[in-house]
Design a protein around this ligand. Structure first.
Ligand code: 13P
Length: 364
C-alpha cells in the first residue's frame, strides 16, 4: 500500500475554503430548494396546485424574489437542474436574483436512489458517470457548491455493512469529483427517521455511518476544509413511543459528531428530516446551546422545515405571494437565531409551524 498523494493546488484549496466559509457564516444557513420535479409536485399538489413547469417556476420565483433581507439569514440556495435555467416574470434569470442578494447558488447533482440488490430494501445513490462534465457546466453557470444525498435506514438488521460501505464510498467519489471542478461538496448521508428505534440506536447508527463516511473521504484524499456535512440530527424514530427533550437530542447529536467528524470539516448543515418547522428550529437551537466541544459551525440546510408555511400560505395564488414570502423571512430568521443559540421556542409563528412534515421513506 502506498501512501503518496497530492493535496489540491493552493489556489483550489483557497477557493474551496472561501466558498465553504461563506455558506456557514454565523447566523446564516442554506435553503434547500432542490426538490425534484416529482417531489415538488407532491408538495404543490398538497396545496391544490398542479405540477406543471410553469407552477414550479412561479413557486421558485416566489422564493427567490423574497425581500433582500432574506440574505441576513440565508447564505446559499440548493437548486434543482430545471430551476437553474428559469427566469422571473421580468426576464431576470433566477441565478442572477440570488447573486444580486449575495446568496451563493448551489446544485443537487445526484440522480436519486436505486435499490441495492439482495439487501433488505436498502439503497445507494446514482449519478457518478458524467458528474465531472455536469459540474463543469454548473460552475460555468455560476454555481459554487453541489449536493449529493445518500440514505440509510434503521431496522432490526439494517443498515448493513454493504449499505454503509457503498454509500460512504459513493459520497467520497462524488466529493472528490466535485472538488476537482472547483465546487464545494455538501456530503449528505441521511439516516432516515422511519422506525420505532430509540435515541440511543439512532446515535449509534449515525456514528457508524459517519465514521465510514470520513474513512472513505480520507481514502479519496478529499480536502475536508472545502466540504460541508449535511447530516440528520440524532432523533428517535418517528414511531418511537419515548419522547426526548431538545437537550437530549442535542447531546446525542453533538456526541455523535465529536466521535466521528474531523474538526477540519468546514461546517455541518442539518436537514430537517420530517421535523416540524418549530421542532427543527428548537432542536437546532439546543444543539448550538449545548456546552461541549463543537469545532464546526452547526447550521441548517432545511427543505421542508423552511417551506411548509410558505406553501400553505401561498396556495398557488399570486395575491398571497407577499404573505408567503413573509413566512420564509420569519422562518429563516428563527433558524438564523437558532444557529447562534438564541432562538426562544414559540416566538416565531407560522401557518404550518407545528405541522407534521414526516414522509415515509422520503425520496427527494
Ligand atoms: P428536508 O429538510 O426536507 O429533510 O430536506 C433537505 C434536503 O435537502 C434533503 O436532501
Amino acid at each position: 500500500m502506498t501512501t503518496y498523494y497530492n493535496y489540491p493546488p493552493q489556489a483550489l484549496q483557497d477557493e474551496l475554503k472561501k466558498i465553504a466559509k461563506a455558506l456557514v457564516v454565523p447566523g446564516k444557513g442554506i435553503l434547500a430548494a432542490d426538490e425534484s420535479v416529482n417531489t415538488l409536485g407532491k408538495r404543490l399538489q398538497e396545496v391544490g396546485v398542479e405540477n406543471t413547469e410553469e407552477n414550479r417556476r412561479r413557486y421558485r420565483q416566489l422564493l427567490f424574489t423574497t425581500d433582500p433581507c432574506i440574505a441576513d439569514n440565508i447564505s446559499g440556495v440548493i437548486l434543482f437542474h430545471e430551476t437553474l435555467f428559469q427566469k422571473a416574470d421580468d426576464g431576470t434569470p433566477f441565478l442572477e436574483l440570488l447573486k444580486q442578494n449575495g446568496i451563493v447558488p448551489g446544485i443537487k447533482v445526484d440522480r436519486g436512489v436505486v435499490p441495492l440488490f439482495g439487501s433488505e430494501d436498502e439503497c445507494t445513490t446514482q449519478g457518478l458517470d458524467d458528474l465531472a462534465e455536469r459540474c463543469t457546466g454548473y460552475k460555468k453557470e455560476g454555481c459554487h457548491f453541489t449536493k449529493w444525498r445518500c440514505v440509510l435506514k434503521i431496522g432490526k438488521n439494517v443498515p448493513s455493512y454493504q449499505a454503509i460501505m457503498e454509500n460512504a464510498n459513493v459520497l467520497a467519489r462524488y466529493a472528490s469529483i466535485s472538488q476537482s471542478q472547483r465546487m464545494v461538496p455538501i456530503v449528505e448521508p441521511e439516516v432516515l427517521p422511519d422506525g420505532s428505534h430509540d435515541l440511543d440506536r439512532a446515535q449509534k447508527v449515525t456514528e457508524s455511518v459517519l465514521s465510514a463516511v470520513y474513512k472513505a473521504l480520507g481514502d479519496h484524499h478529499v480536502f475536508l476544509e472545502g466540504t460541508i456535512l449535511k447530516s440528520n440530527m440524532v432523533t428517535p424514530g418517528m414511531q418511537c413511543p419515548i419522547k426526548y427533550s431538545p437537550d437530549e437530542i442535542a447531546e446525542a447529536t453533538v456526541l455523535a459528531f465529536q466521535r466521528t467528524v474531523p474538526p477540519a470539516v468546514a461546517g455541518i448543515a442539518f436537514l430537517s428530516g420530517g421535523q416540524s418547522e418549530e421542532e427543527a428550529s428548537v432542536n437546532l437551537d439546543a444543539i448550538n446551546k449545548y456546552v461541549g466541544r463543537k469545532p464546526w459551525p452547526l447550521t441548517f440546510s432545511f427543505g421542508r422545515a423552511l417551506q411548509a408555511s410558505v406553501l400553505k400560505t401561498w396556495n398557488g395564488k399570486d395575491e398571497y405571494t407577499k404573505a408567503a414570502q413573509e413566512e420564509l423571512i420569519n422562518r429563516a430568521r428563527a433558524n438564523g437565531l437558532a444557529v447562534l443559540g438564541k432562538y426562544k421556542a414559540g416566538t416565531v409563528k407560522g401557518a404550518a409551524a407545528d405541522a407534521e412534515l414526516f414522509i415515509k421513506n422520503h425520496a427527494y
